[in-house]
Design a protein around this ligand. Structure first.
Ligand code: ATP
Length: 305
């Protein structure tokens, strides 16, 4: 599988300040890539460079395998939503899309219904000015605008920021649908790590301009040390039941709690055996390190992202 985007020592300096430092980033085709970082980490600067809005001070990048003049032509296949979407507030969603379609020479009649449906705005009033939309609707219209011209790569800077829980769920569904149904690759930045955890296939962690690590969702789960936590009213008896089942387990410091690190697929069997042995099962659940915990461990930071 090829990369839709690959950067090589990508660097941006503002005077003596290094905003992005020798970043080597890889986005495979048809994947959602979550770029994680605190405010000022360099996320927007990376996104501006790879969407052609600002020039790298050093280093290079390829789009769909191309660099140089070839890459310049391919920039048309990159849809961008950086900071707030450029929406004309007095115009409706349809009119905003029509303006962009005309600018890019795209057939508005077929594109507008397709785009509105893709972002869940198909029922929107064609007379209502976009200025009166909720933040979630504006962000969705921003994504539709970025998708005019059927891009192969979407770059979305903090599209979840400020959305209410319902808006976050809707945004997640839209992004997953774009990947599934249209095969679009998506780069999405956020500092809301819990939300990226549910949408991204792989991650890049940026901190003070440096890309600290890239890893897949599967690697995150492997590295995060998943385990089953069991809380019972009789942990000693529960340990005996687990030993009989040949399931390695340890008592935890937390009162009544046991940790099982392997056999994660046996949660149902464990519950059944414990209950059959007359042990009161207060809770049993799969625990893993969240993306946020992982990020904090890597950057040695405070719990304020
Ligand atoms: P945020 O979520 O706050 O936008 P970010 O991760 O997107 O954070 P950037 O906006 O990329 O961070 O900024 C990275 C660093 O570069 C910051 O220290 C910022 O102050 C600096 N910076 C960004 N743009 C400029 C500019 N035009 N001139 C000078 N410094 C800049």
């Amino acid at each position: 599988m090829g990369y839709v985007l690959e950067t090589k020592d990508l660097t941006k300096k503002y005077g003596s300040k290094i905003a992005v430092n020798k970043v080597n980033m890889h986005i495979p085709e048809g994947r959602i890539y979550g770029l994680i970082g605190r405010n000022g980490a360099g996320k927007t600067t990376v996104m501006r460079m790879i969407s052609g809005l600002s020039r790298p001070t050093d280093g290079d990048y390829s789009l769909f395998g191309q660099t140089g003049a070839q890459r310049g032509r391919l920039l048309r296949q990159v849809g961008v939503l950086i900071e707030s979407p450029g929406i004309y507030p007095k115009f409706s969603a349809q009119e905003n899309l029509r303006i962009k379609c005309i600018a890019l020479g795209v057939d508005a009649r077929t594109e507008i219904p397709r785009l509105l449906e893709a972002v869940g705005l198909e029922g929107v009033d064609s007379k209502k000015g976009a200025g009166s939309f909720s933040l979630g609707m504006r962000q969705r219209l921003g994504i539709a605008l970025a998708m005019v011209g059927a891009p192969r790569l979407l770059i979305l800077d903090e599209p979840i920021n400020g959305l209410d829980p319902q808006g976050i769920v809707e945004m997640r569904e839209i992004l997953v649908r774009l990947r599934e149904e249209q095969g679009i690759s998506i780069m999405i930045s956020s500092h809301i790590l819990e939300e990226l955890d549910k949408v991204a296939d792989l991650y890049g962690v940026i901190h003070e301009g440096n890309l600290l690590d890239e890893f897949s969702a599967e690697q995150l789960h492997l590295r995060s040390g998943k385990y089953v936590k069991i809380r019972t009213d009789n942990p000693s008896a529960a340990m005996e039941v687990l030993a009989k089942m040949n399931i390695p387990a340890q008592r935890m410091e937390e009162r009544g709690c046991i940790r099982v690190s392997g056999n994660l697929d046996q949660t149902a069997a464990i519950s059944r055996e414990l209950v059959n042995a007359g042990i009161g099962l207060e809770e049993i659940f799969l625990r893993s390190l969240s993306l946020e915990d992982y990020y904090l461990r890597m950057t040695g930071g405070e719990r304020d992202v």
